[in-house]
Design a binder for this molecule. Structure first.
Ligand SMILES: NC(=O)c1ccc[n+]([C@@H]2O[C@H](COP(=O)([O-])OP(=O)(O)OC[C@H]3O[C@@H](n4cnc5c(N)ncnc54)[C@H](OP(=O)(O)O)[C@@H]3O)[C@@H](O)[C@H]2O)c1
Length: 312
């Protein structure tokens, strides 16, 4: 079927974004068609648009960007057993060139989670990519346990907001970095200590940290090694740690999010119980102009929480 979508037909700046009609692939046996009510912007969207990921994802054009969706199931494949038309769902779909900046998108059934009633489509669309990255970084890779001390860099960002809440909920002591204007919000979300990275060098005031969740890379990552204890782990979602520094701690690795419906359902259940929430700092309409503004804001690295695109 054909859907309206915001696509790129070449790599380049935000002016490459345009509205177009896209023919979706045929629905697979284990896939569902989702009517998109909201999607969200992640830095991967504009990094891919610029062409930085062209080697990793050598797709043909047009490319529909966006890999978060919240919406309603509009059709199901012949072998889909646990989902019905009309159900409200959200997901981080597989990374294909048929993304979620569209009126309709296709999702593998095992990647779906039920949208909690108390969570809006906008709040749900903010979660999957960022929330799963936080979950996998902290627990699957970071092995964070109750009573441990974790430093989460960029707590006010898309990933950081979920990481703070998930770590706190798991019983960890949570330290994070952010501009002063965001400190009250991050404390309300569960941060025990917030460091203003503009005025304080975290590596001079912290020690004996069990886990660093690195969302920044570069100098911030390099400085993080010295605050880790002998069981210390550094999990980066941005860049491969330097080999020499990596040898000074128990674990140092760079990870790439794996879409996962079961883990997303765990986050959904925490949201239903009011233990995790989205911070939607900015919303734009799902139009070429709306996506352009949203990408420009995301690329400043200073968005607050998540940027959501609405399609009502
Ligand atoms: N490997 C993966 O699978 C994966 C998955 C998701 C994301 N990522 C990557 O992870 C990075 C973060 O993603 P995101 O969605 O969280 O980004 P984001 O939402 O754009 O992050 C913006 C936040 O970063 C904060 N910030 C900027 N410079 C900072 C600094 N020096 N110290 C502390 N905080 C700082 C800003 O806080 P203030 O405004 O308070 O300054 C802002 O709130 C991106 O590079 C993204 O591509 C990787």
């Amino acid at each position: 079927m054909e859907t309206r979508a915001i696509v790129i037909k070449n790599y380049g700046h935000a002016d490459q974004l345009e509205e177009s009609k896209v023919e979706l692939p045929e629905l697979g046996e284990h896939q569902v068609l989702v009517k998109v009510h909201a999607t969200s912007v992640n830095p991967i969207d504009w990094k891919l648009r610029e062409g930085y990921l062209a080697q990793m994802m050598p797709w043909e054009f047009p490319i529909t960007l966006g890999w978060d969706v919240a919406g309603e199931i509009a059709a199901i494949g012949s072998e889909v057993k646990n989902w019905q038309v009309g159900q409200k769902v959200f997901s981080r779909p597989e990374t294909t060139r048929f993304g979620t900046y569209a009126d309709y998108t296709i999702v593998d059934d095992h990647l779906l989670a039920r949208k909690p009633e108390n969570v809006s489509f906008e709040e749900a669309a903010a979660v999957p990519l960022a929330g799963l990255t936080a979950y996998q970084g902290l627990f699957a890779h970071g092995q964070l346990k109750a009573g441990e001390k974790v430093l989460i860099h960029a707590g006010a960002g898309g990933v950081g907001i979920y990481a703070i809440q998930l770590a706190k909920n798991a019983g960890a002591t949570v330290i994070t970095t952010a501009s002063e204007k965001n400190h009250a919000l991050l404390k309300e979300l569960g941060a025990d200590q917030v460091i203003d990275y503009h005025t304080t060098n975290f590596s001079e005031v912290l020690e004996n940290v069990d886990l660093v969740f690195d969302t920044m890379g570069g100098e911030v990552q390099a400085k993080s090694f010295k605050i880790l204890n002998e069981h210390g782990r550094l999990i980066s979602i941005v860049s491969q740690p330097d080999e020499e520094l990596a040898n000074t701690v128990a674990v140092a690795e760079s990870i790439w999010l794996q879409p996962n419906g079961e883990q997303l359902q765990e986050i959904a259940d925490l949201m239903a119980d009011g233990k995790v929430k989205s911070v939607v700092g900015h919303t734009y309409p799902l139009t070429a102009a709306g996506v352009t503004e949203a990408h420009e804001l995301s690329a400043t690295h200073h968005a607050k929480g998540k940027i959501v695109l609405t399609n009502e």
